[in-house]
Every structure is written in C-alpha cells, then in structure tokens.
Write a protein that binds this ligand. Structure first.
Ligand code: SF4
Length: 724
C-alpha cells in the first residue's frame, strides 16, 4: 500500500446525448509528493453496477473516455484569432493538428472582456437580437444543457434559439397524441412478447436496452427491426424489414389496416381512451392503406406487412405477453416525420398494449422529469432586457439561412452579427453545410466557441474558450431512456483552464453589468432550483422524496411514477396517465411523400434517396476526432449503394464516386452491398477536417423543416452519384 497514494471512486453521469444516461464510477488517484503538493488523475471509468439500467457497463464510446479527457489535443486555455489569420481552415493550412497556429493564447479575463465589449458594441449598433446563441446537447445535464446560459442570453435580449435539430418533431408529435413524453420502462421490455425496433439502432445508441431485449428473447420474444438501413441491430434481429425512407406513416397505417380488418383491437380500451378512435378505424381501413398499396410505397412485401400486423395484434392473446415498440428519433428526421411518429405511436392504443406490463412504446421518457427549467433558465429575464419583450426565435436547423440571408427583410429583425457556440459543432452537424460555412466565414461575424477540442467550428472562431468534460463538473440529470434521476459529482479538477458552461455565462453576466441576483447563483443553487418542481407542474409529485442529498447517497433514484395495484409502472394504462385524460388521434395521420423523395419531380434530376447516418461509435460529431473511436468505424468516407443502383452507373466497391445535388458535392469510396435498399445511398457523419475535402455529409442535406415543430430533415434528401 503506497501511503502517498489515495484512491477514491466518484459517482458521475454520462452527459452525452444518449437515452441511457449511464451512472458512471470514476476512480481517481491522488498522489501526494514530497514537496507537499499533490496531483490527481482519473485512472478508471466504469458503468455503475448499482444502476438498474447501466448494469455496470458503458458503451464503447465512453468506455474509452479517459482517452478523451486526457487527450493531448484538449483545449486548455482561452485563445484569440491572430489578426493575420483569416477565418477557415486555410489559416493553418487545413491540416488537422495545426489549428493552434491560427490563435494566440489569452487569459480568461481578456477573453471575457473582449466578448463583453463586442456583444455590447454589436447590441448598440444592431440591437441585441443580432446576437445568436447556438447550442444543443453536447451535455444533457440540467446545468450544462441550459441554465445560466439561458439567463444570460435572455437578459441580454439575444435572439432565442429554437433547438430543433434532433428530436423536436418526434417529441412534439408524441405530446400531440399523449400529452406528455413518456414510455415503457426499459427494464420492463423483458416482459414483452414482441419487440419492434422502429428506426432504433439499439446496438449503436441505446445499448443498455439490449440486455432487456435479450432477456425477453430468451423468454420467447421476437425482435423485429424496421429500418431503411441494415444496422447492427437489424443484423441481430429475428426479422428485418428494410423500409424505404420517409414511408413509416404508411406502414403504420398499413399495420392498422390489418389490425382493424382482423378485429385485433382492444376495443374497450381504444374507444374509451382515444379521441378519434372511430375516425382512425375508418381512415385506416381505406383501400389506400391496404397491404398491397403499402407494399408498393414502402418496398416491403405485402405478406410481411400482413404477418407483422397479425403478430402485433395477436401476440398478447397467443403468448400472454404484449408487444412493445422502441421507436427512435431517426424516423422523425424526415419532412413528414412528425406525422410518422404520431401514426406509429397510435398502434399500442389500438391493441391496448399499454395495459400490460412491458407493452406500449418508448420514444422518450424525458417528459417524466419535472425539473424546474423555468427556475433555472428564467425566461422572464427577456422582459428586463433592452427589448422589454421576448426576443425573436431563430431555428437552429436553418443556421445557414440565419447567417447568410436573415435580416435582408427588415421585418425579420437584424442580421446575425455575433454568434456564441457551445455544446455543439454546427460547422459539422448543421444541415446545408455550404451555406453554414459561408455564413461562418463572414469577416463581420464575431464568433465565440466554447469547446473541448479544435473542431470544424473552432476553425471559424474569433475567440475559443476551453470547456470542461463531465468528469470536471457537477450537474443533475434525468434521462430520455429511463426514469432515474442522478447527480453527477465532479471527479477531477478541470484540466488546464477549462471551465464549465455556468462559469462562462455567470462571468459574462458580471462583465455585462447584469446586477440581478440570479447571476450570482452557484451551481449548487441551480441544482436545488432544478430539483424543486414548479407548483403548476402536473407531475411534480414524481420528484417526491428526491433530493440532492438522496441522489448523492444512493447514486440514482427512480421517479415516483404511479403504479398499478400490483405495484407496476404501466404508462398510459388508465386515463390518469394522460394530461388531457385521453389520447388525441386527430388530425388523422395522412401519408405524404417528401418533397425530396423518389416520388417527387426532383427525383428526375437526383434520383437517389440519401441517408446521412450517424456513426455508431461517435455521438453525432463528438468523438470523431479521436483515433481510437475512428478505428471502430470502418465505413467512414464510404458511400453505400445497392447493387441495382451501382450497376447502371458502372460503379464497383472501392471506386471513388461523387455524390451530389444542388447544395453540394462529396467524393467518397463506393461500397456496394445490401446495407441499403434499392434507390437509397448512405454515408456517415464525421468531421470535415478529418477527411480530405473540408466537407461532410451535411454538404448534401437541406434546411427544409419537418411538418411538426420545424425540425431538421436530414433524411429527406435526393442526390445523384457518378464515378469520379
Ligand atoms: S453514451 Fe450512452 S451508453 Fe454510452 S456511456 Fe453515455 S449514456 Fe451510457
């Protein structure tokens, strides 16, 4: 035993944008030196075995997290662009690893003062709405995702950001039907007899659900995957239905057609719980929703549609176990993706699967957590801004437009003159990348980026601020794939001069002279505020008995959800679960082909549907810079084609091809196999600068928005491919 070495284990929470929100145990060693000084280092990271969903393991991404924390590439101090360095990768020759050449080190004091001075000048000249925050879920802790930052921008009068890039269409759609974002507990999937993974690559991004699915399969359950792409999950399923992109609404209606035709509905439950039940029955039974018509459009054989509808409707009576759907957000990143989620989410209402433990559907569980975001974000501060009103809203899914054309019409307010990016890497992840990069290149745009690494976005920053990882900060977190609340305790001191989001915006508020006491709230204050639900929150009692002390003591605490007489959590089994007292099926879901799909006139010029996929071993663009993670992704830089699309273009595996449309062009290497259906091509998200062409798949995606909640439509794009 080394008396100079002290070892402790800290409970943290993985803050990455993932439904699993794993409980994480970080082993930290502190060594005391002869001089009396000490050094500390996290030496091990592991899943918390006491967390009922984490079950002691982490995904491949985060199992290697210490490589990220201690990467020699971490940003450790604030920097300012050198006066001689133009924006963009040209400033350092475009060679990854040389980005620092474009910047000079400055102190936090200088950085904060510089930002405050520029914000003041921009606000005075153009109005505060010409300042735009840009953030998403780089961290999903309550403090890191949105707390002091929101207070700061509200008080400043900056434009509000509509955070639509990922899940808004589906989340809103679910709320339209159910009134709240809830779903089946992951642990209860073991009780299901049939599991549909619909647009859900469980192996890739929800891996802690997998053990429950495997347990269900050992008990006789079948796993059916519905996805346009043959994912790892599809390869491991009992059945894979390779649906064409954007046709999910029609498949859902086709399944309903089978359910109603064969009288497989739970009529008592459906009619009493769902407003619009008779209308939906009549609608689904129309000939346009027959299995044959659905087969024509979805590309699935009619007999398999019928068989799935029968299995879905009969599994309960035949096995005593219900069907459950794991729906994930890929489905809703299409032009009519909101409608698709509404339609799919109606299926368990029809069969009454909700009434049985393990049945139902899970898209998100996040609505169950009554965190008091009004208290932590304080939208009322907008009234104290120079605007004296709510600021305009800019949609993050249309950043290219916001940076290049917004403000041309004076009615829309001023152009964006200052941009503050945190928790996000828009130069890589935002749609219509060429427009985004044109905007970021504007010499008159003042851009601040708070980051852990030099990313594609820091290439355009005037000021770069070093950001802390979740090991270096404290937060409180819920989840969108289970019902456990957790406190993430700081395991190690921030490396270098890295600082968390709340530090940055608290400090900036002081520099801006904001005197409201809320800007002095500590992280501890914010955690307390987050955990104290608003009186008006209908589900406020679900936090009963949950305090910071208890979370720290127990690691994770499940919400106090209502239980059945048997003590089970069975969401939507009774009217009390629905905030409106019932489900809402109106307006009826109608299938509409996307403007960019094989059915549209645009397909004459660009006939292939493009799936810009996320890599399984990255978290959107996070981790894409780390060699260890990149090695797990052999299909980077690859365009996947179906043989019937490759052959007429004389394309073979390994050929360099150009994939293009009216928005951009990418050069990739062809891979011709069965991962995509005929008429579809796919490629994976990575960083621009890790390739050889300073662009990625978002050079091809569009800024069109979804039918519900104006979300991004990453999966509604047409392209053409030719040999390079
Ligand atoms: S990314 Fe998801 S699965 Fe991986 S450790 Fe984090 S929460 Fe768990």
């Amino acid at each position: 035993m080394d008396p100079h070495l002290h070892r402790r284990v800290v409970h943290a929470v993985c803050s990455h944008d993932c439904p699993d929100s794993c409980g994480v145990l970080v082993t930290v060693e502190t060594r005391t030196h002869a001089t009396g000084t000490s050094t500390e280092r996290a030496v091990k990271i592991a899943g918390d075995p006491a967390h009922p969903v984490t079950q002691g393991f982490l995904c491949a991404k985060v199992a290697k997290y210490l490589e990220r924390v201690y990467s020699p590439d971490r940003l450790l101090y604030p920097m300012r662009r050198r006066p001689s360095a133009p924006k963009g990768p040209a400033a350092y020759g475009g060679v990854k690893g040389r980005e620092a050449e474009a910047f000079e080190r400055i102190s936090w004091d200088e950085a904060l003062q510089h930002i405050a001075d520029r914000f003041r000048a921009v606000a005075n000249e153009h109005g505060p709405e010409s300042i735009l925050p840009y953030s998403y879920a780089g961290t999903i802790g309550q403090l890191g995702y949105g707390s002091m930052d929101r207070r700061f921008f509200h008080r400043l009068g900056a434009s509000q950001l509509a955070r639509t890039i990922c899940s808004e269409a589906g989340g809103e759609a679910l709320k339209q039907v159910y009134g709240i974002k809830l779903g089946t507990r992951p642990q209860d999937f073991v009780h299901a007899g049939l599991i549909l993974a619909w647009g859900a690559n469980i192996h890739g991004n929800n891996v802690h659900l997998w053990p429950f699915i495997e347990a269900a399969r050992r008990n006789g359950a079948r796993l059916v995957v519905i996805d346009p792409y043959r994912t790892r999950t599809a390869a491991a399923a009992d059945e894979f239905l390779q649906i064409r992109p954007g046709t999910d609404t029609l498949l859902a209606l086709g399944l309903m057609h089978v359910l109603f035709t064969e009288v497989l509905e739970d009529r008592d439950y459906f009619s009493s719980i769902a407003h619009g039940a008779d209308a939906l029955r009549e609608h689904a039974l129309k000939p346009e929703h027959s299995p044959e018509r659905v087969a024509d459009i979805t590309g699935l054989p009619a007999e398999r549609i019928v068989a799935l509808g029968r299995d879905y409707g009969r599994v309960l009576r035949e096995t005593g176990k219900p069907a459950v759907i794991r729906l994930n957000y890929g489905v809703q990143r299409a032009e009519f993706g909101g409608t698709a989620v509404r339609a799919i989410s109606m299926l368990p209402l029809i069969t009454g699967a909700w009434r049985h433990l393990g049945g139902g559907l899970q898209l998100s569980t996040s609505g169950a957590f009554p965190f008091n975001t009004d208290a932590t974000q304080m939208p009322e501060l907008m009234k104290a801004s120079p605007l004296r009103r709510n600021a305009r809203v800019v949609n993050m899914s249309r950043l290219g437009e916001a940076l290049t054309t917004l403000g041309a019409n004076p009615e829309d307010g001023p152009p964006v003159h200052a941009l503050f990016v945190y928790n996000s890497n828009p130069a890589a992840v935002a749609p219509n990348q060429n427009a985004v990069l044109r905007g970021l290149m504007r010499p008159d745009l003042f851009t601040v980026v708070h980051e852990q690494f030099f990313t594609d976005t820091t290439d355009y920053a005037d000021i770069v601020l070093p950001s802390a990882t979740f090991l270096e900060t404290t937060d409180v977190q819920g989840a969108y794939g289970h019902y456990y609340a957790q406190v993430s305790s700081q395991a190690i001191a921030p490396l270098g001069e890295a600082r968390n989001n709340t530090f940055v915006f608290r400090s900036l508020a002081q520099r801006m002279g904001f005197t409201e006491p809320c800007f002095s709230d500590s992280d501890d204050d914010l955690i307390e505020q987050a955990l104290r639900p608003a009186e008006s929150a209908t589900n406020k009692h679900w936090f009963d008995g949950i305090s910071r002390e208890r979370l720290e003591r127990e690691g994770q605490v499940e919400l106090q959800l209502p239980t059945s007489a048997e003590g089970h959590v069975v969401p939507f089994s009774a009217p009390e679960w629905f905030p409106r007292g019932h489900a809402e099926l109106l307006p009826l879901p109608v299938f509409t082909p996307a403007t960019e799909s094989r059915h549209s006139p645009a397909a004459r010029k660009f006939p292939l549907e493009f799936l810009p996929r996320k890599a399984d071993n990255f978290m959107n663009s996070t981790f894409a810079n780390l060699e260890g993670h990149r090695k797990l992704e052999p299909r980077l830089g690859v365009l996947e084609l179906h043989p019937e699309d490759a052959q007429p273009r004389a394309i073979s595996t390994g050929d360099l091809v150009e994939v293009f449309n009216g928005r951009g062009c990418l050069r990739l290497h062809a891979l011709v196999d069965g991962a995509v259906p005929q008429g579809v091509v796919a490629a994976r998200l990575s960083w621009n600068k890790t390739g050889d062409q300073a662009a990625n798949i978002n050079a091809l995606t569009s800024e069109a928005v979804t039918d519900i909640a104006a979300g991004a439509t990453f999966y509604s794009n047409l392209v053409e491919v030719r040999k390079a």
